[in-house]
Structure formats: C-alpha cells, structure tokens
Design a protein around this ligand. Structure first.
Ligand SMILES: [Zn+2]
Length: 176
C-alpha cells in the first residue's frame, strides 16, 4: 500500500470502516504510519480511510495549535473504534480537510461531546471534551463512518462547492 492521501470522490471516503479487533503489532504499524502521514501533510487529525486503511482508527495532534487566549491545551492521541455517545450545544466551525484540498467550509458542529473508544491496547477510554478538540474529533469520527464534511452543507451550497472543487482538481491534474 502506498498510503497516499485519498481525495474526494474516492469511494473509501463514503464507506463505514471496519471495527478493529486486533490489538497487536499490525495495529501499532497502522497508527505509526497514520501519524507519519498526518505530520507530512500538516494536518491536525487523520482518519485511517484517508490513507486507504479500511479500519476505525483516528489520530489527532492539536499540540501545535495550543492557544494561550483560548486556554486550550493541545493533545496527541490515537483512538480505536471511537463513537460519539453524547452531543450538546452548537458552534459554527470553519474546517478544511486533507481529502478536499483547497476547500474550506463553515458548518455546524456540536459544542460538547462525549466519546467512547479503545486505546492501542484495547482498553476502553471515555473522553468528554469541547472547543477545538471536540470539532476535530467530530470531523475524524465522521470520516470513519463515511461522512465527509460537505454533507453538512445545504444541497445547493454543496453542489456549488463541489463544482468549484472538481474544477480546481481537474486543472491541478492537468498541470502535473
Ligand atoms: Zn477530513
């Protein structure tokens, strides 16, 4: 596998990923390559299917985003089989995505979430969070469920954004 970033409309971005039931060297290898690719692409989060790994794994590193004003500390973590079990509040979030290069959109997200997941050893983790981390987690957990962030746009806006994106993508491919 080449682990290149899969970009829309690659079908792996539209599929729900398989649950991980192996907590071994193979899983560790996947997580390592996911961190590596995320840092190479300068992302703050990455879902496994974005590099072609068909499992429910996400990695996040918000430590470079530490913001004194917001008093929010960064965190680095890998979550296996994560699920959002509670949501509350709403914020408007402006997001980009490695699988939609060149696109930035503003969409509603829950303000606070509770996530159940497993760690690299298979131990259960419960995480309650808000702010930037909550938004990144929602974006990445959506990915492993086959939900791209454009799904939160109205049909009209989505069509316009996708037309712009596909046009830019075509030009990019042609100039290569
Ligand atoms: Zn994304």
């Amino acid at each position: 596998m080449d682990y290149r970033i899969r970009t829309w409309p690659d079908k792996i971005l539209k599929q729900k990923m398989k649950e991980v039931d192996f907590f071994d060297e193979r899983l560790k290898g996947y997580i390592e390559i996911m961190y590596k690719r995320m840092y190479e692409e300068e992302g703050v989060g990455l879902a496994a299917n974005q590099i072609g790994i068909p499992y429910q794994i996400i990695v996040i590193d918000t430590t470079k985003r530490e913001n004194e004003e917001e008093k929010e500390e960064g965190i680095k973590l890998a979550l296996i089989n994560p699920n959002i079990v509670e949501k509350s509040g709403e914020v408007q979030s402006t997001e980009g995505c490695l699988s939609f290069p060149g696109i930035q959109i503003t969409i509603p997200r829950a303000e606070k979430i509770k996530v159940l997941a497993q760690d690299i050893e298979g131990k259960e983790i419960e995480l309650e969070t808000d702010g930037f981390l909550a938004v990144v987690l929602q974006h990445e957990i959506d990915h492993i469920n086959g939900i791209p962030f454009i799904n939160y746009l109205s049909p009209v806006k989505r069509r316009l954004i996708l037309e712009k994106y596909m046009k830019a993508k075509k030009e990019l491919t042609r100039s290569k």
